[in-house]
Design a protein around this ligand. Sequence first.
Ligand code: ZN
Length: 246
Amino acid sequence: MAAEVSIDLPVPASVLAIGAHADDVEFGGGATLAKWAERGADVHLLVLTDGSKGTWEAGASPPELVVERRREQEKAAAVLGIRDVSFLDLVDGELTSGRAEQGLVCAAIRSLRPELVMGHDPWQRYRLHPDHRHAGFLVTDAIVAARDPHFFPEQAMAPHRPARLLLFEADTPDHFERAEGFLDTKVEALLCHRSQWETTMDIDADAPDTDAQRDAFARRVIDEAATAGAPAGLTHAEAFKLIDDL
Ligand SMILES: [Zn+2]
């Protein structure tokens, strides 16, 4: 734990949350986004991949899954109070952080001009999923590009420097957002991602005890918020790495 930690930023006027997959942002910062949206922040979500590999069913149709996950993400975003969702539809599981992808994220930052950007921590150690690592680097690299006028001049957009970057799943968290009152909303948003119940939430929709499994998942989210908040002396929180010298 870093020597200095901070708790609760002032509510940002505008936020761009960037996730590799539908549901990543809800897991990483769903309560915080719901809290800020309720308190007047203009919250936007950018989903980088099309979610086409997010199932254990070998016979599933990837194009159908893409459509389903998009619908789920839009429902979840509405639950959190997110104003709009954009999808880059890059291929799930094959995300890279090359110049082309960086340009797309840079353009999103320049067009929405958020005060705060939220994304994956690319430096989280021993992370296996490559999309999460690449999504993290895309966010950090695109912030550098978005703020400097000589990066992607062909975009013909004014540069934009966000004031703050919050990284979720942080390797060394040093910022905490109180989550009391918003964990039920976080759970409700996560449960909108029904196609992910089995693979990421341990919920079998066909089991006789689906409701009990769903309750267990909700408890898990609340327990994780308790664990996340403990180092800062908070009952329930979401933990981030805060970078504010952008
Ligand atoms: Zn993910």
